[in-house]
Write a protein that binds this ligand. Sequence first.
Ligand SMILES: [Zn+2]
Length: 326
Amino acid sequence: MENLKKYSIIDLHLHLDGSLSAKAIIEVAKEEGIKLPTYDEEELNLFLRVPKDCKSLNEYLERFDIPNYVLQTTNGIRKCTLDLLNRLHEQGLKYVEIRMAPQLSAQRELSQEDVVKTLLEVREESPIRVNFILCMMRFENNKEANLETIELAKKYYGRGVVAVDLAGAEALYGNKLYENELKLVKKYNLPLTVHSGEATDYKEVDLALEYGADRIGHGVHSIESKKTVEMLKKLRKPLEICPTSNIDTKSYKSYEKLPIRALFDAGVLVTINTDDMTVSNTTLLDEFKVVEKLGFNESEIKQLTLNAIDAAFISEAEKEELRKLI
Ligand SMILES: [Zn+2]
């Protein structure tokens, strides 16, 4: 479709650490004396991209080790984030919500707050409109760090931070374990998105909705429950679907098996996103090409973009500006 690029303008589910370029990683590593397995871009990509025979979401998550080495300094975060924003600009994106976990970049010298402040400085230099979603992580013994992330989101909300997310291995650490944290986010009136129903079934989506999630990360397995689909529809809670990522994590065996069409036809607010551009070696346009191959016609593809605009954590005036572009 000729117009496919025109609709590939907004990404709501994009992880910073999964979307760094090999070039930016090598540049920062050289400046900071960080040891990499190779300093050749092509070779490094083999360490950053998910292997074809990847077994699970857990193995997929190992691809984030190298990116997180170079996101431990103001310089590293700045260079890598700007590099990503410049690439998104070149690809024609007009608005993006980039998510990251400040606690993952607070392993050496930076505090979580330093990390957030750096992101907000980069935002001032961005060639495209960008806001940040702060991720809590599903780990053992990191409750304090997650609570700190929520407090930072509260402090910087409206200044470039637009929401809180919960990311990580949902099959190992389900939403129930984070009930208090998720409810606190809503008590603070902060927008909330939760990775759910990606590697697990619809029950995790039900829990995320019960705890007040405004959007669901992936949520593809919602299709297994009529009740869950009805809830998503009735409450108008958008799904942030990331097709290639679902194939890479072995959540589904093939694009044809992904229930994007079924969810869309059921009236759920489906949006199309990339998740991790580098790990999955993809772009937003590539993901829209997948959707086109699955049989979505132009007006349906336009609807997917309109859904994303509706679902964005921005003001109605900003949404109206984006709508004019398509
Ligand atoms: Zn994700």
